[in-house]
Design a protein around this ligand. Structure first.
Ligand SMILES: Nc1ncnc2c1ncn2[C@@H]1O[C@H](COP(=O)(O)OP(=O)(O)O)[C@@H](O)[C@H]1O
Ligand SMILES: [Mg+2]
Length: 391
């Protein structure tokens, strides 16, 4: 910390005034003491005895006269007082500097930090202030990021709602203007409008679940459930759909039950989406595998795998982003919203687990790690291992 010239002269003045005052004080003490000794013979004798006892050596060399000792003591006392006064003043100045810096930061200079270092407790104040500013800035940035991502969400949603809405209005307009030539054509128009309306509904539904899951206030309804059993039920419910596509669903779970504490309905939604995805996007695939096993004592690993076309490397990290769909699957034929995996990730994260995907020419694997006990937070080893891990 650098003192200003004014502060320096204030310190010097303080020093001078203190020294002058002390000298006056010393003088009066010496005069008073002298007076006392002169008028008191008993005291004089006492001092004489003390003086003799402080002689040292055989030469009886007198090291100090008592006056010297007294003056040295006074000088030490004076130095102490001067030091104490100056240091007190200096501390006040430090405090004023810190307050000035705080005002500067509070006036909107948020990239500013208190630049100087001091000793002891004052430094702790500075460090705390600086880290307080850091965390305020971080949370402001976070706030801004959230704001921006909400705007993006609204843009995406309005875009994705407008497209089907435009065709609904178009087709219903044709019906309204009686621009159809047969009953069949009329049915075709209304049917298209109906399908588009359903598409809109599924987007709105997904959006609703997505925002609900992102909101940490939404409670999960936790119960104990058996993962193996759950996967078996799911496999059974998808059997027909799969066989219509020439695919099969295989189960690979341990014989003994695998109980975890989780929200069964929400997890069901996650697996439903993963299996639906495997059916929809696993082009040329023949098999879907649902696997589960226990890892470490406190977690289970569930994976949904399919042997269809692989997800391009560049998309692997992005498939969990809301509205992200690998180029090609944007075609309306598959009719997804691009929210499924974002919802899945939110649900798994809310359970304290994590989800990631690996994909190569042979197999695409969506792998989910879930804690057995509700309230446990699993460490995401997978993401940490990624070179450019992002959340
Ligand atoms: N098993 C899979 N194989 C290949 N691509 C997949 C698979 N699962 C998901 N994807 C890709 O990830 C994208 C995002 O999936 P999702 O979030 O469920 O959205 P949606 O199913 O609505 O398109 C899909 O559009 C698809 O491109
Ligand atoms: Mg999906």
């Amino acid at each position: 910390m650098k003192l200003t010239t004014r502060e320096k002269s204030a310190l010097i003045m303080e020093g001078i005034v203190t020294v002058v005052l002390l000298l006056l004080l010393n003088l009066s003490v010496i005069v008073l003491l002298n007076e006392m000794i002169q008028t008191n013979p008993g005291l004089q004798d006492g001092i004489f005895i003390i003086k003799r006892s402080v002689f040292i050596g055989p030469a009886h060399y007198q090291l100090w006269s008592w006056e010297n000792i007294f003056i040295v003591l006074l000088a030490i006392f004076d130095a102490g007082v001067v030091y104490w006064r100056l240091i007190r003043r200096y501390r006040q100045m430090q405090l004023r500097h810190i307050i000035d810096e705080l005002h500067y930061i509070a006036n909107g200079h948020f990239d500013h930090r208190i630049p100087f270092t001091l000793k002891g407790d004052t430094q702790r104040v500075i460090t705390s202030v600086n880290s307080l500013v850091d965390s305020v800035i971080a949370s402001m940035d976070e706030e801004r990021r959230i704001e921006k991502s909400k705007d993006e969400l609204i843009t995406n949603v309005s875009h994705d709602l407008r497209t089907p809405l435009t065709s609904i209005i178009g087709y219903l307009g044709l019906v309204e203007d009686k621009q159809y030539h047969s009953q069949d054509e009329l049915l075709k128009y209304t049917n298209t409008a109906y399908n588009k309306a359903k598409q809109m509904k599924s987007l709105v539904d997904d959006l609703f679940v997505y925002t609900k899951m992102r909101n940490t206030d939404t409670p999960l309804s936790i119960a104990t459930l058996d993962v193996g059993q759950m996967l078996e039920q799911l496999a059974a419910s998808f059997e027909l759909e799969a066989s219509q596509k020439g695919m099969d669903v295989n189960i690979d779970v341990p014989d003994q039950p695998m109980k975890i504490e989780a929200d069964g309905e929400k997890l069901g939604r996650v697996f439903n989406n993963l299996i639906t995805n495997a059916l929809k996007y696993g082009k040329d695939g023949k098999h879907i595998y649902l696997r589960a096993h226990q890892e470490n004592d406190d977690e289970v690993v569930v994976s949904v795998e399919n042997d269809g076309a692989k997800i391009p490397k560049a998309s692997l990290d992005q498939v969990f982003e809301r509205f992200y769909r690998v180029e090609g699957s944007r075609s309306k034929a598959t009719g997804g919203t691009g929210l499924g995996l974002a919802i899945a990730q939110s649900i798994i994260t809310r359970h304290g687990g994590y989800i990631y995907v690996t994909s190569d020419d042979q197999i695409t694997r969506f792998i989910i790690h879930l804690p057995i006990k509700n309230g446990t937070q699993l460490k995401d080893d997978h993401r940490e291992a990624l070179p450019n891990a992002k959340n």
